[in-house]
Design a binder for this molecule. Structure first.
Ligand SMILES: Cc1ncc(COP(=O)(O)O)c(C=O)c1O
Length: 414
């Protein structure tokens, strides 16, 4: 059996894009994994194989190809169920990504269950996709959107939650399990326990957590969970919404059309079984198959090994970044409370300038507001630079990042 160390040394050869050079033959150093991850050959080939050998529409025709396509599609649902530890596959809905998953809940659950005067609670470190759908819903319903604040360490202030729950008006508390800007890992067990005691539903945005650590939804005991395939080695355009069945049964459809119906008459329609009631139209079959291959790939390495690898990289990076002149790191330095996402700023230097200068060295980091403008306001900045790691990143790449950032410090005379 291969040791975890050997596994990580061998991983890079599975990612064709990592052999690329950019900007005058510089090896690509890809550190924008919180945006999207690169794809291993195994995922690319699963998609190609689907189109070359099995392509047909699913759930309808009885011929061999259609049965094969359906089987491949449904097999991924089983893989997802195992991956997040869910025993009932009817609770797993294929969507386009986290954004669509949260909008589905806001629309199909929120429009039935949220009334005037109710409160939806989110947090100051959410991605726009876990804020805007709730603004739309609360504005439409005459309900209120409230926030759990964040302390200077980048951790949620749970006393804010206590106060809000104390009003007796909260219908849903929604939060990301890992912040896409600060890497903070939310104390989900505590938040969910408080909500359960108050009889309040919980939705977890798992977009950043799922690719990087073992997530056991049964153990978490939340009510809704959303994530995207493309941040976990899978293709773009495919994601998962998990909803507890007892809640799904109270929800109206999101989209109307083919496959989500049982019978359609001139003026009325009855719905298909779960989860198909929420999967209208021809789905993204090839990318569902690709997501299945990504889950196989990650499972083979083991999510605990992945978390450990990222802890090593992140501790190394925080240590080295702390020595770069004029550089400020946001969020906690306690590695047990954060993932492999590091946001930073140089005093007065705009993050776009930083990203542009180090791009000349072939290093890809993200600069901007990271779709988290509420958090930017809380941090009192308009943007940050962000480096984010994944399984194929190495300490040598972090050294390259540090060297380039030292050059930035020199250029701006910090
Ligand atoms: C925490 C978080 N939530 C939601 C999203 C939205 O994901 P998607 O664009 O795949 O729908 C992202 C994407 O960066 C994210 O980081």
């Amino acid at each position: 059996m291969q040791s975890a160390q050997t596994t990580f040394e061998n991983i890079r050869k599975d990612f064709p894009i990592l052999k690329r050079t950019v900007r005058d033959n510089k090896p690509l150093v890809y550190l924008d994994n919180a945006s999207t991850t690169q794809k291993p050959t195994q995922v690319i080939e699963a998609i190609t194989d689907y189109y070359k050998n099995h392509n047909a529409n699913i759930h309808r025709a009885v011929y061999a190809l259609a049965e094969e396509a359906t089987e491949l599609y449904e097999k991924t649902r089983d893989k997802v169920a195992d991956f997040i530890n869910i025993s009932n596959r009817e609770e797993i809905i294929f969507v386009r990504g986290t954004t669509e998953a949260i909008n589905l809940v806001a629309y199909a659950w929120g429009r039935t269950h949220v009334k005037e005067g109710d409160i939806i609670v989110t947090t100051e470190y959410e991605h726009h996709s876990n804020i805007v759908p709730w603004q739309l819903l609360t504005q439409e319903k005459g309900a209120k959107l409230e926030y759990i604040g964040m302390d200077d360490n980048g951790e949620l202030i749970l006393e804010d939650l206590d106060k809000l729950l104390g009003t007796g008006k909260v219908k849903l508390v929604t939060f990301s399990l890992m912040s896409n800007v600060l890497g903070t890992i939310s104390d989900a067990d505590k938040i969910i326990a408080k909500c359960k005691a108050a009889g309040v539903f919980t939705l977890i945005d798992g977009a950043q957590a799922i690719p990087h650590m073992k997530v056991d939804i049964e153990k978490l005991d939340c009510d809704f969970f959303a994530f995207s395939g493309h941040k976990m080695l899978g293709p773009t355009g495919i994601g998962i919404l998990w909803v507890r069945k007892s809640i799904l049964e109270t929800m109206k459809p999101f989209h109307g059309g083919g496959d989500m119906i049982r019978e359609v008459h001139k003026y009325e329609t009855t719905w298909n079984d779960l989860p198909y009631k929420f999967e209208a139209g021809t789905p993204n079959i090839a990318d569902v198959v690709g997501l299945g291959a990504a889950i196989d790939y990650l499972s083979k390495i083991g999510m605990d090994n992945i978390r450990q690898h990222e802890i090593e990289l992140t501790s190394y990076a925080i240590d080295k970044l702390s020595d770069v002149k004029g550089l400020h790191i946001y969020g906690t330095k306690d590695i047990s409370k954060r993932g492999g996402v590091i946001s930073f700023n140089f005093a007065d230097v705009h993050p776009h300038d930083v990203a542009q200068i180090i791009d000349e060295e072939g290093i890809a980091i993200r600069s901007g507001h990271h779709c988290a403008q509420v958090l930017m306001e809380r941090l009192d900045v308009s943007a940050t630079s962000r480096a984010s790691f994944y399984i194929y990143n190495t300490k040598e790449e972090i050294d390259k990042l540090i060297n380039s950032l030292n050059k930035v410090a020199k250029v701006f005379k910090l």
